[in-house]
Design a protein around this ligand. Structure first.
Ligand SMILES: Cc1cc2nc3c(=O)[nH]c(=O)nc-3n(C[C@H](O)[C@H](O)[C@H](O)COP(=O)(O)OP(=O)(O)OC[C@H]3O[C@@H](n4cnc5c(N)ncnc54)[C@H](O)[C@@H]3O)c2cc1C
Length: 496
C-alpha cells in the first residue's frame, strides 16, 4: 500500500477528515485538483454543532478568533429568526467565518498533524478489490497511480469518485438560480441607508462586500450561465433602487437549487462525504456544516478499522447514520427554497405574504423555534440506536467533570472515546484493556441526567452507551456495551 487512505479533494470536508485520520495515526494523503487555493468563499457560516465538533478537538478557539458570532439565524428568510442562543450548548450562535478562512485553518491543523496534501493532483478513476483501492489520476508530472486501503470522495458535487464507483446521485435539476458578487468598491453610505431590501449584503475580509440576490426576472437563467458586472448592477437597481456603487468584482457567480443525495455513502472500500454525497440550495447555510459533520462521523470509524480494533459493522454505521441526515438537509432546503421561489412569483405574492405571516407566528412558539433551530444548528442530530436508552445516539453535552477544569470535550481531544463514571465506583473497571482507546474521568455535573451513573462518549461526541442507577452494575453488560463501539479490550480487563 502507498498509504492507508486517499482522500480526493481538499475542501473543508476532506481537510477535516484528513486531520481526524492523522490524529489516530493513520497514513493519509489528500489529493486536490487545484494547483493552489483560489481564496473564494462560498460559505460564510459555521453553525453550533460545527463549533462543538471543533471544540471536541480543542481547536474551536482558532476559528472563533477570526470570525464574529450572531445569536440567531434565519430559516427560509422568514422575519422571525431561529434563536440559537437558547439552545442547550456552550456555543449558541452562528459564527460568521468565510469558507476560505475555515479551509486555511483546517489545512494548518492537517499539516501540524503530518497530513500530506498534494495540490495539482486530480483523481480520475478508481478500481477496488478485496484488499484495497487503486486510484488513478493526473498530476503535475503526468499520470499517477496510488494504492490505498480506502478511498474517500470529498471531491464536491461533481465527484469523480462517486461517478467512478458507480454510485447513483438521484434528485432534481436546478429550477431557479441566484446571483452572488464580491466587490472591492461599494458606496458604504448607500449600504448603511439601505433599510429593508431583498438583497443579502455582508462585509468580508480584505474590505470586500458580498451581495447575494434572487431576481424574479433572472431566476430561471441556468446556474451555469456566467454573471456580468452590468447584469449585477441592473439586478440591484431593479430590486433595491440602487446599484450601491459596486465596482471591481473579485468574484461573480450564479448558483442553483439542484438537489441530489448519493444513493449510498459507501461502496466497499470507497466512501463519500460532504458535497460529493449531497447537494442542495444553500438555504440557511448548511452544506459545509453537514460536510464537516460527515467527516467527524467517518474519521474515527475508518481509523478503527485500519488500526484493527473496529467491531464488526462499525464502518457500515457511517451510511446508516449520515444518510438520514443528508435526507433531512436536502428536504429542509427544498422546503425553504420553494417558499423563496413562491415569494418571487407575482401571482402568489398575496398568499405567500399570508403564509410567511403564519410561519412567523409559529416561530414565536418557543418549542417550534427550538425544533427548527435544533435542525439547522444540527444540535438535534441523533443517530439510530440499537440500545433502548433514549440517550444513546444523541450528542453528549459538554458538561464539566469532576476534576477542576475538565470538560467532556477535553476527554476526546485526542480522538479517543471518553468514559465518565459519575459515581466514582466503576472507573477501575475500564482502565486497562481500553486505555489506548478510552479516556476515563470520574464525577461530573449530574444535573444533566440525574440517574445516569456511567456514560461512554464516542470520539465524535455522541453517546455510545449509558448505565442508569437502577440498572445493575453488571460487568458483563458494561463490557458488551463498550465493546460494541470501542472493540474488544487489548488485554482482558479485570472486572470486579
Ligand atoms: C453561494 C453559496 C453559499 C454557501 N453558503 C454556505 C454557508 O453559509 N454555510 C454552509 O454550511 N454551506 C454553504 N454553502 C455550501 C458549501 O460551500 C459546500 O457545502 C462546501 O463547500 C462543501 O465542502 P466539500 O469539502 O464537501 O466540497 P468542496 O468545497 O466542493 O470541495 C471539494 C474539493 O475537491 C476538489 N476536487 C474536485 N474534483 C476533484 C478530483 N477529481 N480530484 C481531486 N480533487 C478534486 C475541488 O477542487 C475542491 O477543492 C454555500 C454554497 C454556495 C454555492
Amino acid at each position: 500500500m502507498d498509504t492507508d487512505v486517499v482522500i480526493s479533494g481538499a475542501g473543508p470536508t476532506g481537510l477535516l477528515l484528513g486531520t481526524e485520520l492523522a490524529l489516530a495515526g493513520v497514513r493519509v494523503r489528500i489529493l486536490e485538483r487545484q494547483r493552489t487555493r483560489h481564496g473564494q468563499s462560498r460559505a460564510l457560516t459555521l453553525h453550533p454543532r460545527s463549533i462543538e465538533i471543533l471544540e471536541l478537538r480543542g481547536i474551536a478557539d482558532r476559528f472563533l478568533a477570526l470570525g464574529h458570532t450572531v445569536p440567531s439565524w434565519h430559516f427560509a428568510g422568514l422575519s422571525r429568526e431561529l434563536d440559537f442562543s437558547g439552545l442547550d450548548t456552550r456555543h449558541g450562535y452562528t459564527l460568521f467565518l468565510e469558507q476560505a478562512r475555515t479551509e486555511q485553518l483546517l489545512e494548518e491543523r492537517a499539516r501540524e498533524l503530518g497530513v500530506e496534501i498534494s495540490y495539482g493532483h486530480e483523481v480520475v478513476s478508481q478500481t477496488q478489490n478485496d484488499d484495497g483501492v487503486d486510484v488513478a489520476g493526473v498530476g503535475p508530472d503526468g499520470d499517477f497511480r496510488l494504492r490505498a486501503a480506502y478511498l474517500v470522495g470529498c471531491d464536491g458535487g461533481r465527484s469523480k469518485v462517486r461517478e467512478s464507483a458507480g454510485i447513483g446521485f438521484p434528485g432534481s435539476d436546478s429550477t431557479m438560480s441566484a446571483m452572488l458578487g464580491d466587490f472591492a468598491v461599494t458606496d458604504k453610505e448607500e449600504i448603511a441607508a439601505a433599510g429593508q431590501v431583498p438583497v443579502l449584503i455582508a462585509p468580508l475580509a480584505g474590505g470586500l462586500t458580498r451581495f447575494v440576490l434572487t431576481d424574479p426576472e433572472r431566476m430561471r437563467i441556468p446556474a451555469t450561465e456566467p454573471v456580468t458586472l452590468k447584469e449585477f448592477r441592473e439586478a440591484l437597481v431593479e430590486l433595491a433602487g440602487t446599484s450601491f456603487g459596486i465596482a471591481e468584482p473579485h468574484w461573480l457567480s450564479r448558483f442553483g437549487n439542484a438537489t441530489r443525495l448519493a444513493e449510498t455513502y459507501r461502496a466497499g472500500r470507497v466512501f463519500l462525504a460532504g458535497d460529493a454525497a449531497h447537494i442542495h440550495f444553500p438555504a440557511a447555510g448548511q452544506g459545509l456544516n453537514t460536510g464537516l459533520q460527515d467527516a467527524m462521523n467517518l474519521g474515527w470509524k475508518l481509523a478503527g478499522e485500519i488500526n484493527g480494533w473496529a467491531p464488526p459493522g462499525l464502518l457500515d454505521t457511517y451510511h446508516a447514520e449520515r444518510f438520514p441526515v443528508g435526507e433531512l438537509v436536502t428536504d429542509n432546503t427544498q422546503a425553504q427554497t420553494l417558499l423563496l421561489e413562491l415569494t418571487l412569483v407575482p401571482d402568489y405574492q398575496r398568499p405567500v405574504i399570508a403564509l410567511r405571516g403564519l410561519l412567523d407566528s409559529l416561530l414565536d412558539i418557543p418549542e417550534v423555534n427550538a425544533r427548527l433551530a435544533g435542525l439547522v444548528s444540527a444540535l438535534a442530530t441523533s443517530y439510530p440506536a440499537p440500545a433502548d436508552d433514549p440517550l444513546v445516539g444523541t450528542r453528549m453535552p459538554d458538561l464539566s467533570l469532576g476534576s477542576p477544569g475538565t470538560r467532556v470535550s477535553e476527554l476526546v481531544h485526542s480522538g479517543k472515546f471518553g468514559y465518565v463514571d459519575f459515581t466514582g465506583d466503576c472507573t477501575a473497571q475500564v482502565t486497562d484493556g481500553w486505555k489506548n482507546r478510552i479516556t476515563v474521568a470520574t464525577g461530573g455535573d449530574r444535573l444533566w441526567a440525574e440517574d445516569v451513573s456511567e456514560v461512554l462518549v464516542r470520539p465524535d461526541g455522541h453517546i455510545a452507551w449509558v448505565r442508569r442507577e437502577n440498572d445493575p452494575p453488571d460487568a458483563a453488560v458494561r463490557e458488551a456495551g463498550i465493546t460494541a463501539w470501542a472493540g474488544t479490550p487489548e488485554r482482558v480487563a479485570v472486572w470486579r
